[in-house]
Design a binder for this molecule. Structure first.
Ligand code: ADP
Length: 308
């Protein structure tokens, strides 16, 4: 195998109550990436279609993630990477993660899979470090493993894949304002009260339990973020109205996708996810902020091989 073409999925990190530890993988939104083996060693990004992003290996998350993997595996060849971006950078649905995860997944495939997808999470995280200044795994883990993922621990890294209930759908609305991950992190408080921590623990445990038992109501009740949403939501236009509109349309619940500005809702069934999309659009249309809306099933697989 000398070349591989991939679908690199978008992801929703945090999922309300799981700041930096929970994420889910989307089915219908993602980039494409082609990776080709070369005789010359090293990593070269040959083209990026659909976005203005650096081609220099060390400045592109795909390049940085790939370099960390080849540093560990020391293959006898190099790789060229061509990326077609469909996920807008800075949207909050894991644009950088799709590239970082795609690069390590594709190279691992071309080398005959010396590592498992779970082992690849660490190398993809090195790309994320370039994008946001912190090597977080809550986007790259679901992009590599599919479904929901829980980062139980960062040190040592311990990532658990969790299957999503079949009828769970996501709606994402992306108000196209600029909100840098670094800025969205800078508003966060360093310390939290015991009371807030207790509420957060209850919700995250409730969400995980709801996913395992297909209890949609419990999933909805648990989509509550006591820690980050109250401060971060101020940076997102009409956040409270978007969330209220989604609930009114019958969604289970929602919150900020990753570090924003995208806002997500989860629904039982595609029909409800479409109705939620319509309700959320109606909130943003009158204020004239341009936006994109995605309705997607939960992607159980993660990275998809389009052809080899
Ligand atoms: P998101 O949450 O949507 O991933 P981030 O703000 O975390 O957005 O990451 C986007 C940042 O990463 C931008 O500053 C962008 O220039 C940088 N970047 C570098 N390489 C890539 C890439 N291949 N894909 C997307 N973003 C990249």
């Amino acid at each position: 195998m000398n070349e591989i073409k991939l679908f690199c999925p978008a992801t929703i990190a945090n999922v309300s109550c799981g700041f930096d530890v929970l994420g889910l993988c989307l089915e219908s939104v993602g980039d494409e990436m082609t990776i080709t083996k070369t005789a010359e060693k090293g990593i070269r990004i040959t083209e990026i279609i659909g976005a203005e992003l650096p081609l220099e290996t060390e400045k592109n998350v795909a390049g940085v993630a790939a370099l960390s993997l080849i540093e560990a595996l020391q293959p006898d060849c190099g790789f060229e990477i061509s990326i077609t971006k469909k996920i807008k950078a800075g949207s909050g649905i894991g644009s950088s993660a799709a590239s970082a995860a795609g690069a390590v997944f594709g190279i691992n495939q071309l080398l005959g899979n010396p590592l498992t997808n779970t082992e690849l999470v660490y190398y993809a995280m090195q790309g994320e470090k370039l994008a946001s200044g912190s090597a977080h795994a809550d986007n790259v883990a679901p992009a590599l493993l599919g479904g929901f993922t829980l980062v139980r621990s960062y040190d040592p890294l311990d990532v658990i894949a969790i299957k999503a209930p079949n009828e769970l759908y996501a709606t994402v609305i992306h108000p196209q304002i600029e909100l840098k991950t670094k800025d969205a992190r800078s508003v966060l408080r360093e310390n939290i009260s015991l009371k807030k921590a207790t509420i957060q623990c209850g919700n995250i445990a409730g969400l995980i339990s709801g996913l395992y038992t297909n209890d949609y109501d419990l999933i909805g009740r648990s989509l509550h973020d006591e820690l980050v949403e109250p401060v971060r939501s101020i940076l997102i236009p009409k956040f409270a109205e978007l969330k209220a509109a989604a609930k009114e349309a019958g969604a289970l619940g929602g919150g900020i996708s990753g570090s924003g500005p995208s806002v997500f809702a989860l629904s039982k069934g595609r029909e409800n996810a479409e109705a939620t999309a319509k309700a959320m659009k109606a909130v943003l249309e009158p204020i004239g902020v341009p936006f994109e809306v995605h309705v997607s099933g939960i992607n159980a697989e993660g990275m998809k091989i389009l052809h080899v």
